[in-house]
Ligand binder design. Structure first.
Ligand SMILES: [Mn+2]
Length: 510
């Protein structure tokens, strides 16, 4: 048995132990939730406790999120709407890389948040009612089709859509257009996200020409007549309302996010140990992604940045294809998606395992600022993201002037620190689209705190800092009085970063 084979087996052994632990304790519940985990292929369009007890607990619809929580989300949404309201949310389409070669499917975030349903070709309609539940839920999906399932895998049946996903009614997606058409005429408030009218009459730019000429061209939908005639007074966007709910993370969501950040944080620590001069940035990225996948992550939350030396000055450097040189630092901005939630961590570490004096000085400047900023991620600090960003500029300016910079107006914001400090994070990496940066931070929000300094080789800055780029990014759960750093497993203090790189913490490389 080779060493690497044994390494690969370890997590599997642990997973098996977890499975048996579940299995043992759950025999008693078997009358309530039937387990058919022995059955292959599975009978469902996604992992469920019934088929995947090693991934989910009973009554969870997605790993870590129980059915009651999806119920609570829908109820909260519907309770916030006026009477006579209808909500329509649809699944993501399958996306294609080229021709009929598809990408790994990822569900649309809002639809997933409201239903937990992970199949494409699906939709949900929620009708506000005066019942105690507060709404009626109709789930549209493919249902069983043995010919199709033989090629594409199992789909959840309509009866399981009722019993597991708690729909009042389950129908074929084929009947969605006609159902939608008849329902929209009966309600006075329709909450639905339709294609942005501006994008259909997009300004004449080179990019829009390229989009137009590169197939597949979005055909003008046959279904436009269904929603088009709704006057704007009846039709409202759904996304801002769901965004408001998604801003505040439940206990269950906090735990999934902590687990996602844990996986990424540990992978950062192990990748510090793995990295060395003489290997390419791409190998470091591959190593990080391998570790995350091995720990159960479904996909990277974004294309990782592995920038060695001066490449770190490019904020979104993702080519990751140059060699790491002696004496350089590696800026790695990488995070996985785990059970539906993104993680986002940046660390900057010395390739050789020891910071040089200038690297140490600049790193300490960014770290000092970052730690003060994290301490301000509380409800009681009464700050909004704009104010927190301005604070980060003040703190960085003071730190830099202490280590020999002589900053002039604009040097910091326009040159050395050109990006924003923070963004909310959750199911999407950037949950900012509908967030007001002017609103005070509140408990149960999760945001990133990511100050950075990138020094170009120009004479107004001290020469020994030229071509150094440093960013330190954590994910922070805002508390009433105390912030919680979710990405705590990624080493950050100089002594810990050097220790991780040198293997002194007993971490990694695998
Ligand atoms: Mn970020």
């Amino acid at each position: 048995m080779s060493a690497s084979w044994r390494l690969l087996q370890q997590p599997l052994v642990r997973a098996a132990a977890r499975y048996h632990r579940h299995h043992g304790t759950l025999r008693a519940l078997a009358t309530e939730v039937s387990i058919d985990s022995e059955r292959k292929p599975s009978n469902y369009g996604q992992p469920l406790f019934q088929s995947h007890p090693h991934l989910l607990k009973p009554h969870e619809i997605t790993p870590g999120i129980p059915a009651e929580e999806f119920e609570r989300r829908r109820k909260e949404l519907m309770d916030s709407l006026p009477s006579n309201s209808l909500v329509v949310s649809v699944a993501a389409p399958i996306k294609f890389m080229s021709g009929n070669i598809f990408y790994k499917f990822r569900q649309a975030s809002d639809f997933w948040y409201l239903t937990g349903f992970q199949e494409p070709d699906a939709a949900v309609i929620l009708e506000k009612t005066s019942t105690s539940r507060g709404y009626k839920m109709t789930l549209f999906s493919s249902g069983k089709d043995s010919d199709k399932e033989k090629w594409e895998g199992a789909r959840t049946s309509f009866s399981d859509a009722l019993s597991i996903f708690k729909a009042d009614s389950a129908m074929s997606i084929e009947s969605f257009p006609s159902q939608l058409k008849s329902l929209v005429s009966r309600y006075s408030n329709i909450y639905i996200d339709t294609p942005d009218p501006i994008s259909r009459r997009s300004p004449r730019t080179v990019k829009s020409l390229l989009r137009y000429l590169s197939p597949p061209v979005q055909p003008k939908s046959d279904y436009e007549p269904v929603v088009e005639p709704l006057s704007s007074s009846r039709r409202h966007p759904l996304a801002p309302l769901v965004a408001k709910l998604r801003t505040f993370k439940s206990e269950q969501e906090q735990q999934v996010m902590r687990a996602a950040a844990d996986i990424s944080g540990r992978a950062h620590a192990k990748t510090m140990r793995f990295s060395r001069p003489g290997i390419s940035e791409g190998i470091i990225a591959a190593h990080f992604e391998y570790l995350c996948s091995l720990a159960g992550s479904q996909r990277p939350a974004y294309v990782p940045v592995v920038a060695s030396g001066p490449n770190a000055l490019i904020i979104h450097y993702t080519s990751n294809n140059q060699m790491v040189q002696e004496g350089e630092m590696i800026l790695m901005d990488a995070g996985c998606e785990y059970n539906g939630y993104a993680s986002d961590i940046t660390r900057t570490f010395p390739a050789s395992g020891v910071f040089t004096e200038p690297q140490k000085d600049l790193y300490t400047a960014v770290l000092n600022a970052q730690k003060v900023l994290i301490s301000l991620c509380t409800e009681s600090a009464q700050l909004n993201l704009h104010e927190l960003h301005r604070k980060s500029c003040d703190l960085l300016r003071r730190e830099l002037n202490q280590i020999g910079f002589n900053l002039h107006t604009g040097d910091l914001e326009r040159v050395l620190y050109p990006h924003f400090l923070s963004h909310p994070i959750g199911i999407d990496l950037h949950e900012s689209a509908h967030l007001d940066r002017g609103e005070h931070l509140k408990a149960r929000m999760v945001i990133t705190v990511e100050p950075g300094i990138y020094v170009p080789p120009t004479p107004q800055f001290p020469k020994h800092f030229h071509n150094i780029g440093i960013r330190i990014e954590d994910q922070v759960l805002v508390g009433k009085e105390h912030p919680v750093v979710l990405s705590v497993t990624a080493p950050k203090e100089i002594i810990d970063v050097e220790g991780a790189c040198q293997g002194q913490l007993g971490i990694g490389p695998f």
